[in-house]
Design a protein around this ligand. Sequence first.
Ligand SMILES: Cc1cc2nc3c(=O)[nH]c(=O)nc-3n(C[C@H](O)[C@H](O)[C@H](O)COP(=O)(O)OP(=O)(O)OC[C@H]3O[C@@H](n4cnc5c(N)ncnc54)[C@H](O)[C@@H]3O)c2cc1C
Length: 416
Amino acid sequence: MNYDVAIIGGGPAGMMAAIRAGELGARVLLLEKTNRLGTKLLITGKGRCNITNQTDSDREMIEAFGKNGKFLFSSLKKFGVDDVINFFETSGVKTKVERGARVFPESDQSRDVLDALLSNLKKCKVETKLDSVVKEIIVKENKIEKIKLFGGKEIVAEKYIIATGGKSYPGTGSTGDGYAWLAKIGHTINELSPALVPIIIKEKIVAELEGLSLKNVEISLYKDAKKIDSRFGEAIFTADGMSGPIIIDLSSVIGKHPNSKLKLSIDFKPALDFPTLDLRLQKDFTEQHKKTFKNSLNDLLPQKLIPVIIDLSGIDPEKKAGAITRDERKKILHLLKEFSLTVKALDSYDHAIITSGGVATGEVDPKTMQSKIISNLFLAGEILDVHGPTGGFNLQQCWSTGYTAGENVSEGNQGD
Ligand SMILES: Cc1cc2nc3c(=O)[nH]c(=O)nc-3n(C[C@H](O)[C@H](O)[C@H](O)COP(=O)(O)OP(=O)(O)OC[C@H]3O[C@@H](n4cnc5c(N)ncnc54)[C@H](O)[C@@H]3O)c2cc1C
């Protein structure tokens, strides 16, 4: 059978494109490499799926995407934040808005988001082929003639959408296959790198803190002793570094300063300035003057942090709290307000939320998602060089570009 549209990649962008094209009457084939659709979608938002971000305006949404954000202007007009929420609500997924305008399913289950997409695919009569790995795209005279699957099968369609995602979390099927095909047929692939990713720290001491989760801390990023960014919120220590929301966001800034000497400075007590925290320490040490230093920090710090602070302070842990000197207190104060760590590297694609870089947006029509190089090719999702911060922005990009591609491949099918 010949299809109107063949879509490669059953992630959020490919599924949304298939739904829109099918809704408009196109005969759609959705090809997915793994044995199920939406594998990565299921692990988004720690299994809760942060489907979008309820920004106050499209402009605010576009700004969140940085310099390439303008590319999304038309697709957001076509299928924006309210449309996404409406799509899921009318498909039976009630939504809720959390801190930072992040929108989640009320059930906290990404499974419900995927089920809504699957039932829409069925309703729109989209044919899905799982375990179908596209190997090659055959182009003749600036047009895709057919695609070849591993195993020898060939697929022919009028139009094609590539939505194979990035290279991060390759276990989910996203291994960056699309970049190679597109480079081969003449598209520019802007430099790829893991982004929104944990940070590897040089100091071995982080291993002792593994699993320690920090709330309401401020972490600043320093380049050559100059502060270049600062974030407030949550973070967590890993075996070889740090992760968590503020770290993931800071990783984008770190990625822009390759080969630079970068340091993190953690303020464990941002609500208390130096003099106020000093008074608090004086009070604690006076009230607990008979206790040993190592037993006097329990009210102030999480258990896991105490031995590390004691060790770095160089103060005898058996010393009585009442005997701590002013200079020793200043050392403790400095460690609590300016806990310094050296950035060694960003973690790999295995742990990256997205892949930065991708198909140059100048080579794709933002109104239709049509390639400017191959006439019957459309692109959607993470494969494009348009990426946002955490908070639901990246899925919104997929819904908007997927919908737009699906609508435009179906031109001429409306009313069939
Ligand atoms: C841990 C994690 C948490 C995240 N949480 C959020 C969140 O809460 N909110 C948010 O907005 N974003 C989140 N993201 C980012 C978001 O998941 C991605 O932006 C999004 O999945 C990209 O969608 P996509 O459809 O472009 O590609 P993908 O989801 O990567 O899907 C591409 C599909 O193409 C298939 N494919 C690849 N090659 C071939 C081939 N050769 N033949 C056939 N099929 C192929 C793959 O198997 C895959 O299923 C998260 C990402 C990760 C890794």
